[in-house]
Every structure is written in structure tokens, then in C-alpha cells.
Design a protein around this ligand. Structure first.
Ligand code: ADE
Length: 242
């Protein structure tokens, strides 16, 4: 049976999943804790990437090389960038771009040098399952206000985006060729690139914790503390049941 890695960036996002883990076995590797066990009957490894693209890449490689996972799913939070993408909504990524990648004029802006591409596409089949799980997960949360499920481009970079001007410029710079950027976070594109290198299925779901604007620094910690873990549990429970 394929082992699924569930990757989170923050302890608050992961804590509920660890509590649910059956036969938990903790291994320390590369300065991180990896939790092997079963979740809803399925073999899983839970890992905390920490924040940023390099940390996420290190964790992904360890999951693949050392823990032999067969697929990676990222659950976490993101800043909303897209039109109508607001706090409490959920974004399932279709593809990722590194918004801080710039080797111009040698390579086009955003292109990852020597990969000949600026976007890394998520696994179609796993993403379809994650969309289904996220829809069911959102319904099961029975939130007081309606939260929307979005699907599309997500941007990653080593920067917490916390200003209306910056998020506006990201939106217009990345929203080229008919692609609207929906959300910004700090890890997904790195995991997508590692999974591309290894030929491993990858999918990602992000709950919107803030709108990457002038109040993001206040909204983000409040959401992460109180709500993020509930979303992660709901999405993962429904995904592993499929
Ligand atoms: N993750 C959650 N909110 C974010 C933001 N505003 N910028 C970058 N990463 C985030």
C-alpha cells in the first residue's frame, strides 16, 4: 500500500493530525521529527517542513529517500491573492510558481533555470482526489459563514507577503496568460519541484489565513492558532477515505 506523506509547515497545522495517528513512531532525521503510523487505516508519514522553500525541499527529499513515501500532500495555510479568495476559503493548487525566482536577463523572469519552465504542475489524479476531499471536508466543518473552494495557480516565495501594494503587484505580475494567481505561501513550489525531480505525485491544499495585505501579520497567527488544524484534519480524513 502506498505511504502518503502529509507535510505541514507549522506545528499548529500538524498537531491535530499527530493526535489521530495510530501506532505512532517518531524518528528524528535531518533535524526534524517524522511521525510514521496509520491514519484512518492508511500508512502515513507526518512531517513538519518548517517555513520556506529550502526547508520544504529538505523535508521532501527526506520523505522520499529515507521514508520511501509514494506521494506527498501538503496541508497548510496561505495568503489569499485571487479575486474573491478570502479568509476561511480553501485553495487546492493546480500548479505552482516561485514568485521570487529571477535569473533575468539570462533566463525569463520566474523560469527555473535549466528546467525550461516556470510552473510545476501538481499530479492530476491526486489533485482530483484532494479537491473531492476538500469539498467534503469543508462541508463537514459546518462553518458559520460559507467558505469557497478554489482551484488554480499558487505562488511560493521566501517572503511573508503583508502589504496591499505587494499583493497587488504579485497579482498583476503573475496573472499573465489568463492564469489568475489565487494564493501565496512559502513552500509549495519547492515541494512541487522536488516531486517533479523524483517523479512522485504531489498535491497541495491551503486554507486562507489572511489576505496578504496590511493586516496579514495579525490575521495569520490568529487563524493558525485557532482554526488551521481543524481544516487539516477534515481534509486529510476525507482524502484518506477515498
Ligand atoms: N502563508 C500564510 N499567509 C501568508 C502570506 N501572507 N505570505 C506568505 N505566506 C503565507
Amino acid at each position: 500500500m502506498t505511504t502518503t506523506a502529509i507535510l505541514s509547515a507549522l506545528a499548529e497545522e500538524q498537531q491535530g493530525l499527530i493526535k489521530l495517528l495510530e501506532h505512532p513512531q517518531k524518528t528524528r532525521h535531518a533535524g526534524r521529527d517524522f511521525w510514521r503510523g496509520r491514519l484512518h487505516g492508511q500508512p502515513v508519514v507526518l512531517a513538519l517542513s518548517r517555513i520556506g522553500k529550502v526547508a520544504a525541499a529538505t523535508t521532501s527529499v527526506a520523505l522520499i529517500e529515507r521514508f520511501k513515501v509514494g506521494r506527498i500532500v501538503f496541508t497548510g495555510v496561505a495568503g489569499g491573492l485571487g479575486e474573491g479568495v478570502t479568509v476561511g476559503d480553501v485553495v487546492v493548487a493546480s500548479e505552482f510558481v516561485q514568485h521570487d525566482m529571477d535569473a533575468s536577463p539570462i533566463f525569463p523572469r520566474y523560469e527555473v533555470p535549466l528546467y525550461d519552465q516556470s510552473r510545476f504542475v501538481c499530479d492530476k489524479a491526486l489533485t482530483a482526489l484532494l479537491l473531492q476531499a476538500s469539498r467534503a471536508g469543508l462541508e463537514s466543518l459546518a462553518l458559520p459563514t460559507k467558505a469557497l473552494l478554489h482551484h488554480g495557480l499558487v505562488a511560493s516565495g521566501d517572503r511573508f507577503v503583508s502589504g496591499a501594494a505587494e499583493s497587488r503587484s504579485l497579482r498583476s505580475a503573475l496573472g499573465l496568460g489568463g492564469h489568475e494567481v489565487l494564493a501565496v505561501e512559502m513552500e509549495g513550489a519547492a515541494v512541487a519541484q522536488v516531486c517533479f525531480d523524483y517523479g512522485l505525485p504531489f498535491a497541495a491544499v491551503r486554507t486562507i489565513s489572511d489576505c496578504a495585505d496590511d493586516t496579514a501579520h495579525v490575521d495569520f497567527p490568529a487563524f493558525v492558532k485557532d482554526v488551521a488544524s481543524l481544516y487539516a484534519q477534515a481534509m486529510v480524513r476525507h482524502l484518506l477515505a477515498l
